[in-house]
Design a protein around this ligand. Structure first.
Ligand code: 03F
Length: 209
């Protein structure tokens, strides 16, 4: 079975609320993928993602009945933190985590769509750059943008990346892409719903680090 499909995101209910427990379970599998990318360069990214998951889980576990959905967390923190909000707590952690998820969404979608650099078909830089421009670049100052450029050089080959997505098994490329497309269905719906929630609660910030 494919690693991707073992760790599917759940389908959302009609009101598009995101169940906190299910969300945390699903995202907790993502850091393992980063280990499969094969370079220590990515450990910075991994610890950022893990840190944000841990922060959200920490808040959730204080009162799981109160924080059934992600929206419950944001609304409770808005009450609790006044003018400090939204640059605080699990709200801030989710604000950044969702950008990493959007990055993964755009990257996988671009691969699924077969976007390639025709001169270097086994590189995935076209897809990574698209993901970076769409999800993260505007939130990064020039130093972090430079780190990104350096990380790009360590990016895996397309064939190795697709293999990593199938637990290192030899699976035909087209089969991996079928699984990527399936994975993207609920994943994209969830990421979009989180973005819409931030917009509707006026919780999005656009400062750069
Ligand atoms: C802000 C910021 N976080 C942090 O300062 C920066 C961290 C390092 C950024 C390095 C940029 C490089 C990214 C792209 C690399 C490309 C490699 C691609 C290979 C394929 C926030 O941090 C904190 O998070 C918050 O808690 C804190 O309080 O202001 C706040 C205070 O600062 C970020 O910019 C988030 C970076 C997230 C990057 C996610 C990239 C995911 C990369 C690869 C995943 C590939 C796996 C795909 C498999 C999926 C299968 C399902």
């Amino acid at each position: 079975m494919s690693l991707l499909l073992d760790n599917q995101f759940s389908e959302l209910p009609e009101d598009r609320s995101v169940d906190t427990q299910q969300f945390l379970d699903a995202v907790s599998h993502l850091p393992a993928f980063i280990d499969c990318l094969g370079s220590k360069v990515f450990s910075v990214i991994k610890s950022d993602i893990v840190g944000n998951i841990t922060k959200i889980r920490g808040v959730y576990e204080k009162d799981p009945q109160r924080y059934v959905t992600l929206r419950h967390i944001l609304e409770a923190e808005r009450e609790e933190h006044g003018s400090e909000w939204p640059k605080v707590g699990a709200t801030l952690a989710l604000m950044w985590l969702k950008r990493g998820l959007r990055f993964i969404q755009i990257l996988l979608q671009s691969l699924a769509d077969g976007e390639k650099d025709e001169n270097n078909p086994n590189l995935i830089r076209v897809s990574i750059n698209k993901a970076y421009d769409g999800a993260l670049k505007r939130y990064h100052g020039w130093i972090v943008q430079k780190i990104f450029k350096a990380a790009l050089l360590a990016a895996p080959y397309r064939s190795d990346f697709l293999k990593a997505l199938s637990k290192g098994e030899e699976v035909a490329e087209e089969e991996v892409l079928v699984n990527v497309r399936r994975f993207l269905v609920n994943f994209s719906v969830t990421v979009d719903a989180i973005y819409d929630m931030f917009t509707s609660l006026n919780a999005e910030l656009d400062y750069a680090v």
